[in-house]
Write a protein that binds this ligand. Sequence first.
Ligand code: ADP
Ligand code: ADP
Length: 227
Amino acid sequence: MLEFHNVTKRYNNGKFAVNNLNLKIKKGEFICFIGPSGCGKTTTMKMVNRLIDITDGSILVDGKDIKDQDPVALRRSIGYVIQQIGLMPHMTIKENIVLVGTLLKWTKEKKEERARELLKLVDLPEEYLDKYPHELSGGQQQRIGVLRALAANPPLILMDEPFGALDPITRDSLQEEFKKLQRELNKTIVFVTHDMDEAIKLADRIVIMREGEIVQIDTPDEILRNP
Ligand code: ADP
Ligand code: ADP
């Protein structure tokens, strides 16, 4: 589903943020990238959805090199959730969830139906559809951010510390909710975190990065056995 072949990113200041990354992620797999701040996790995610250019190497999504794809079309086929989800403050929750529907020229009815269907996936009552983001707690807003990323039904979802700003209790419940969701929907997930407990809880495989390089790839069980 997602392949990295000798992927390198050097920023204009000459710094190698990512250095010769090689990895194959299978369909339906839940991969956590973990490593200290500045090790290149966000850079890696942003190369996949072409928010930044690759310096060297190639990334394949579903067998196709992303450099041959229109960046806008590519981004529509990849869900993206970040810590600062940035819901549109002047739009209702419903409008926020199906934001992508405008690009895809969905009818009003289709948007309405999809928003209702998506809201059912999380633990929020239907009346939330007509609320505005500021009326929701941080955890509730983050759930909406996840739903927004699912709206166009992308097979691949990138999540960059999506629950990082939440209090531990909200975070725990969102992790559980999301893991269940991922199993049901059979999505391929690449999840960035700097929290090993979170990675162990969620991942099928954990990719440990340091200074732009992968230093270890193991299952949570293997990591628990040989920490
Ligand atoms: P992480 O997500 O693991 O915290 P990043 O991918 O954000 O790491 O950053 C990797 C390295 O690249 C860091 O040393 C960071 O300072 C550097 N970096 C990130 N963005 C830029 C940029 N736009 N220009 C120059 N250097 C950058
Ligand atoms: P940052 O450096 O703060 O992560 P970006 O320039 O990457 O900001 O993104 C700006 C905004 O655009 C983000 O709030 C994010 O929600 C949105 N965005 C970025 N990439 C995507 C994407 N692939 N799909 C949907 N929204 C995106």
